[in-house]
Design a protein around this ligand. Sequence first.
Ligand SMILES: [Zn+2]
Length: 344
Amino acid sequence: MTVQSIKEVDKFALQNSLKNLETAYKNFFTDLKKSKNKKGVGLPKFKKKNGCKKSYKTNLTNRNIQVIENRLKLPKLGWIKFHKSQDISGQIVNVTVTRTSSGKYIASINCETEIEKYPQATQNIGLDLGIKSYLVTSTGEAVDNPKYYRTQTRKLRKAHKKLSRSQKGSSNRVKAKNKLARNYERITNLRDDFLHKLSTRLIKENSIICIEDLRVANMVKNHKLALSISDASWSKFVTMLEYKALWHDRIVQKVNTFYPSSQTCNHCGFINPLVKDLKLREWFCPNCNNYNLRDKNAALNILSEGLRILSAAVGAPDAIYACGEFVSPDLFRQKSLKQESRDF
Ligand SMILES: [Zn+2]
């Protein structure tokens, strides 16, 4: 790169790339020390022309980044018109400009701001994640699985066909490629919108949320279910729940997958091996004769198991969680704070 061309580029773009490289090397070496596993975080790879995320990050200094109405000011580029998805509140820290595979440019503006917390909630909830219903709560509510990928398969297939039939290097091929990329982007956007709305509502309404700790990577190995499972994006959903819980003082507790949440009767604790059969949607407990709906029963068990783990971690008396009733997260927080101060 000549001196002239280096001046044409935003200096932060270069600095941030070097910072990213440093992080990549640090991750590589700490992983090497920790696990001695060759399949862990690998060495940083060079950027390729195709198949890599195309983006750069720039930082704020001396009002070099500004937003006024629908215009954004970036260093070296000056004022650019843009479509704003939401109002900007707080102090801008940095901006990442990304080119999506369909050729759109997206500016993610990172701001420092105080989060307005939701008022305290009094309900605790257990979630049973599934494919037929996206999730069933311990209160008995079932949220439909929108299956966005499945509903768009025809469109996708058409777009794929068009792309494969177009001549290499032709302008029609570029068009077909963009169209396909736009289709995939639409699916992602629809799914993200659904996940955001659902996770926000659950965080707003509940104080402690207990979920199964799913090992999605293992589950995808089952080819019949792989597509439905990746379409559901459970990990993304759980990540959203976790960071939103941090923002609004809620607790997300994961429960081990090996806990028999479906087979245990939530009323008496009897384990019914017959429920292993996935077709059995409802059953009477042979021990206490309680009527159990499969998914709701599982969600109730996840809730009580989650509360048990939480109580055990902070040493709360058994009586608090025994009935699966409301347990104040403040109690947990106070206790865990005390414990932390003891540890240090
Ligand atoms: Zn029972």
